[in-house]
Design a protein around this ligand. Sequence first.
Ligand code: MG
Ligand code: MG
Length: 266
Amino acid sequence: MIQFKSEEEIELMRISSLMVSGTHAALVPFIQPGVTLKKLDKIAEEFIKDQGAYPSFLGYNGFPASLCLSVNEEVVHGIPSDRIVKEGDILSVDCGVKMNGFHGDSAFTFPVCVTDINHLNLLKVTLESLTKGIQQVKVGNRTGDIGYAIQNHTEKLHGYGVVRELVGHGIGRNLHEAPDIPNYGKKGNGYRLIAGMVIAIEPMINLGTHKVKQLKDGWTIITADNKPSAHFEHTVAVTKNGYDILSNHELIFNEIKNSEYITDFQ
Ligand code: MG
Ligand code: MG
């Protein structure tokens, strides 16, 4: 069942979602070759808890960390380990925060000293597809309109693979609520969008095949052909007039301008 939010509740969700983006921004100075994934996770956990909030992923279905950190061929749900970030890596940072009873959820993929233009293009196009998906958020449109826009831009126009097994979702008092928001679909299909819905839109786009598999750790999803994958996500409210993006990637891009190590891909 879809849980609709009041305007007051959407403002609470904005606070949680902005804290997620603030966490991403706070991580930027630490994202550089040589840092371990565990260190990034610890920084995020402390940053969130210092503000009286809770990392949504920590303990969720037994997940052992505050961030999902997925490198290169890892699509999503990577567990922070002692792995060291290297030049040329693309690092997906998925983060959730719960505050005042409501979750925010957003993801951003960072290219660390990346020179491969194909990898930078994958990030650029995936982020563009998120924007195109969000532009379909209006009362009366359906979830299939969002999925179609994302799939058309990434798969049809650029020949990338859209992950089918994992999808976006409603969000609110629970991290994952109805309805599912697939990154593929047909115009006019799926659930009708109604003001007061809040959804997480999160294209997971592979350079090669759309097919994925799960590692034996029970969490990490990787591409079937080991080619890289990108992931960007916003928490978005459906309003009377269209959409309201509650998380904010500009906070992250402002920090990236000061980073020696994160490659500009916009
Ligand atoms: Mg997420
Ligand atoms: Mg999500």
